[in-house]
Design a protein around this ligand. Structure first.
Ligand code: SF4
Ligand code: MG
Length: 336
């Protein structure tokens, strides 16, 4: 069975405007050869610092930004703006997105009913049908239809608005939901409720999730597999428990070490993530992490590492990681 979503070698480079003093244009390699796949019914977490290309990747998938290159397949069928491929309009229906800012994604002049029913009405659904759909979906996302259907977005809390955004996405009957920092703006307790809701909806509607977040605790909670991105590239991929317990890539280790401890002393405080913050303009040659990597060797500045399988299902793009064995002379030396 082909994966629900398959992304192959996705690329997007931006060119910055000519700067003062005739400096040449500079290329921002926002997304630079990203590949991953998600099995049906699974959640793939996407993590990395801001600027790593997570959100751009999501927008490229939806063709909200046109990719320079790459293939996007849903259940084995390829979509794109090229003859012979399935049309992007269908892709945008089968994949729905929920963003971080719950208010910005809703039209402030539309009632909750009209917000949820908007897409289906455009597709020709009758007013009574789409009203019933909006009522059913409000119920599904835990909001009482009678008290919410006539309200406007500003009358709702952030958590309630995000539930409406989820209902609005579900109204399009998607197979895949792209959740870009969808719970990041919510208080911890509301966050937990919305995460539980997302888990229930995934089961009830047989959905597949792409869950983008900078919050490693949340990603660990909701994901089956994880992609770790650094400067527009995937540096590690694998099952969530394996990635969190046995990260092979130095950047993944550094990210996990930087997670605030849930309990005091539960993690040793390492200060691995030193050096300049990542900047996708003119990224470093070789391994892009080499200026910040404590294990860098001369080869790291010269040659770009390719992903190798370190354990079943786990891949890591690092020169110092030995294929299949999952350890190396350097990386086994630091305790986690
Ligand atoms: Fe560090 Fe080299 Fe591995 Fe890059 S390839 S993560 S610089 S050890
Ligand atoms: Mg983002």
């Amino acid at each position: 069975l082909p994966p629900a979503l398959e992304v192959l070698d996705l690329k997007k480079h931006f060119v910055t405007r000519k700067t003062l003093l005739g400096k040449p244009d500079r290329v921002v390699r926002a997304v630079d050869g990203v590949s991953f796949h998600v099995a049906r019914g699974q959640t793939l977490g996407v993590v990395g610092e801001s600027g790593c290309g997570k959100s751009t990747t999501a927008r490229l998938l939806m063709h909200l930004i046109e990719p320079d290159a790459g293939r996007i397949r849903l259940h084995g069928r390829e979509y794109g703006n090229v003859g012979g491929l399935k049309p992007v309009s269908e892709l945008r229906q089968r994949m729905q997105m929920v963003f971080q800012d719950s208010y910005a994604s809703l039209n402030p002049r539309l009632t909750i009913e009209d917000s949820i029913a908007f897409g289906p009405r455009i597709q020709g659904q009758s007013r009574s049908e789409s009203r019933q759909l909006a009522r059913d979906l409000l119920d599904q996302v835990g909001l009482n239809p009678d008290s919410f259907i006539r309200r406007y977005p500003h009358e709702l809390s952030g958590g309630q608005r995000q539930r409406v955004n989820i209902a609005r996405a579900l109204a399009m009957k998607p197979e895949i939901m792209v959740l870009d920092e969808a719970v990041s703006a919510l208080d911890k307790s509301v966050q937990a409720q919305v995460l539980n809701l997302l888990s229930d909806l995934k089961r009830d509607f047989e959905l597949t999730y792409l869950f983008i977040s900078h919050d490693l605790n949340v990603v660990q909670y909701i994901s089956d597999h994880v992609v770790v991105m650094y400067l527009g590239q995937v540096v590690e991929f694998g099952p969530v428990a394996q990635i969190y317990e046995q990260p092979a890539h130095p950047y993944t280790r550094a990210l996990l070490d930087a997670v605030p401890a849930q309990t005091p002393n539960s993690r040793k405080a390492h200060t691995v993530l030193e050096g300049d913050p990542p900047n996708p303009i003119d990224p470093p040659a070789g391994c892009r992490f080499h200026p910040r990597c404590p294990f860098a060797e001369p080869i790291c500045a010269e040659r770009e590492p390719v992903p190798v399988r370190v354990r079943p299902e786990q891949e890591s793009a690092c020169h110092m990681v030995a294929p299949q064995s999952g350890h190396s002379r350097h990386l086994t030396m630091i305790p986690l």
